[in-house]
Structures are given as C-alpha cells and as structure tokens.
Design a protein. Structure first.
Length: 81
C-alpha cells in the first residue's frame, strides 16, 4: 500500500493569545524547558565541583612535593658544608 494519494491538511492556529488552553500549553512548555535547563546546570555544577576537588588535591600534592624538595635540598646543603 502506498501513501501517494494521502495529503495533510495544515490547520492554522485559530486560538488567540488570550485562550487559556493555549496559555497553559505555552506555560507547560516553558516549565519543561526550565526543567531541562536546571538538569543541565546541575550536571555542569557537578562537573565543576569535581574539577575543583581535583585541583585542591593537586595543590596539596604539589605542596607536599615542595616540602620534600626543600627538606632534601637542606640536607644536601648540610652535607656539603
């Protein structure tokens, strides 16, 4: 069966901007968009928190390495004296 003879009737929007069901539909779409936006922001915040945590970890590690290097340098200076 082919659909060559089928056609679609494009019915124009006849509801005005003050139609309550239209307003409800538009507000529902707006709420869905805001929920999607909030979900996206939550994911981005989670990723940023992970990055901040990793940066703090790396900073602490760097401070530890600096301390070890300072201690070893001080020991080498004492040994050379």
């Amino acid at each position: 069966m082919t659909h060559e003879n089928e056609f679609k009737i494009d019915i124009p929007e006849d509801r005005g901007t003050l139609d309550l069901t239209r307003q409800i539909d538009e507000l529902t779409d707006t709420i869905k968009s805001y929920k999607l936006l909030m979900d996206t922001h939550k994911e981005e915040l989670w990723e940023l928190k992970k990055i901040v945590s990793e940066n703090e970890k790396n900073k602490n590690l760097l401070q530890g390495y600096k301390k070890v290097i300072e201690d070893l340098s001080a020991k080498l200076r004492q040994k050379d004296s």
